[in-house]
Write a protein that binds this ligand. Structure first.
Ligand code: URP
Ligand code: ZN
Ligand code: ZN
Length: 459
């Protein structure tokens, strides 16, 4: 009997190698990788001549359909599929902040998980969730084991914003996380420094976006990261630092990792390829926390990715409309920007084409590492038995990124006008073709919530 699909003629890229091979998919799984002659007969034969055949991108830091994003699961996962992303990890909020102040909001993490799973019924790609703890309510400590049982094995905490937690409470959560062998995920910026500087800039009328980076300085990120990672070390908890933006913060994480602590960390596409001149060019469109930094910080991100002290490149995708950016002062703007659709082409162009990084590096930091870090054993690999999540990528096609192509609700792009070489051609999720040549061909509802395991960080 024929299997579903064989992809012929492409160059397979894994996290450690590149070779000419065919890939066979059946019932949503990879069933063989090898010579074209050895492939079983298939109903569908895809010609990947001249294309790279990579495991689908896994983006572990994405905001969809909540206070940080007007994207629905349909628009968010469409943008993702067009960007070669086959799984992302969004957030299940303990408190629903849509209409409520975080201080008034009630609700459990499990309710947050169920709320997002309901929204996820229209997903085109697979997704998972981090539990996001937004208030200092000790009851959450009793809930974490049930949330882990529901397949949500990582917990996000913020040190900044009005949903930021104090060190005392985060310390208790980390002890519980260590007992459960789950992962603590941290947004670290010293709230008191950022709030004080913001208030000062408000008093002084420094509302032009070019002032913004100075209100959330690099050392404030590094200080807060140091507190959080030290608490994780003391508790014996796994620590994942999100959206690392600058050299000082990355150095702190590298130091703790160097002493054997369980530390993994990401940077984001925008911290690799944009610098703070963007605030003079695009103003509030680039209002993102932490801020986009200096050219030397771009260099630092690449240095840390190269030496392995940063593991992942994510997007921190927030699907905001331009109208939420068109405000008088930067502090009135929404914080965050869309990136799911553009990220792989942008990172490929900068890292591989301009800086000489390898294709396996790209697969490592955008697919295999996030799968390993977050307990997705069936993803991030093309090994037989894995989910047939595959992206076909043309490394030679040149095009210009424009928001006019956005599938996201977001109607701007911080990469607008950027010419890149390398384009996503086809995206398969569990064997089903979801995006082809810039069009969505998949069906809402194909995407599934993925229960994650407790990860081994033995790599
Ligand atoms: O500015 C950002 N990054 N907005 C999204 C929320 C977060 O901090 O990740
Ligand atoms: Zn954040
Ligand atoms: Zn975020």
């Amino acid at each position: 009997m024929a299997i579903d699909t064989v992809i012929n003629g492409g160059t397979v890229v894994t996290d450690s190698a590149m070779f000419e091979a065919s890939v066979a998919m059946n019932d949503g799984k990879i069933v063989a990788v090898g010579d074209a002659d050895s492939m079983p007969e298939a109903d569908e034969v895809v010609d990947a001549t001249g294309l790279l055949v990579m495991p689908g991108i896994i983006d572990p830091h994405v905001h969809i359909d909540d206070q940080f994003s007007v994207d629905s699961y349909e628009t968010g996962t469409s943008a993702a599929a067009l960007g070669g992303v086959t799984t992302y990890i969004d957030f299940a909020w303990q408190a629903w902040l849509g209409d409520l102040s975080p201080f008034d909001a009630e609700g459990t993490l499990l309710e947050g998980v169920r709320r997002k799973q309901k929204k996820g019924e229209t997903a085109l790609i697979d997704y998972s969730l981090h539990g996001a703890i937004t208030r200092e309510d000790p009851e959450v400590l009793d809930e974490l084991a049930d949330v882990v049982d529901a397949g949500v094995t990582s917990f996000k905490m913020f040190t900044a914003y009005e949903i930021g937690l104090g060190n005392g409470f985060m310390n208790r959560v980390l002890e519980r996380i260590a007992e459960l062998d789950a992962v603590g995920v941290f947004h670290t910026e010293d709230a008191s420094i950022c709030d004080e500087l913001t208030a000062l800039f408000q008093e002084e009328g420094k509302g032009d976006p070019t002032w913004y980076p100075q209100s959330r300085p690099d050392y404030a990120e590094a200080m807060s990261a140091e507190d959080a990672v030290r608490m994780a070390q003391e508790a014996g908890a796994k620590y994942y630092g999100i959206h690392t933006s600058n050299r000082k913060a990355a150095d702190v994480l590298a130091d703790f990792r160097g002493d054997g602590s369980m530390v993994r960390a990401e940077t984001c596409t925008h911290y690799l390829v944009l610098d703070d001149s963007i605030y003079g060019e695009l103003g509030n469109q680039a209002m993102i926390a932490p801020p986009i930094r200096k050219p030397d910080d771009n260099e630092a991100m690449f240095e840390h990715l190269r030496n392995g002290s940063l593991d992942v490149v994510s997007t921190d995708h927030c699907g905001y409309k331009l109208e939420s950016k068109n405000v008088d002062n930067w502090w009135e703007s929404t914080f965050g920007a869309n990136g799911l659709q553009a990220s792989l082409p942008v990172v490929h162009d900068e890292a591989v084409n301009h800086r000489g990084f390898s294709y396996p590096f790209l697969v490592r930091v955008m697919s295999t590492n996030p799968a390993k870090i977050f307990g997705l054993p069936n993803k991030g690999t093309l090994n037989p038995g894995a989910d047939a999540d595959v992206v076909l990528f043309d490394p030679n096609e040149t095009y210009t990124i424009t928001a006019a192509d956005n599938a996201s609700e977001a109607d701007f792009s911080i990469y607008e006008g950027r010419e890149v070489t390398g384009r996503v051609k086809q995206t398969f999720v569990r064997g089903e073709l979801i995006a082809k040549d810039g069009e969505i061909v998949g069906t809402p509802g194909h995407g599934k919530f993925v229960e994650r395991t407790l990860p081994d960080w033995d790599f």
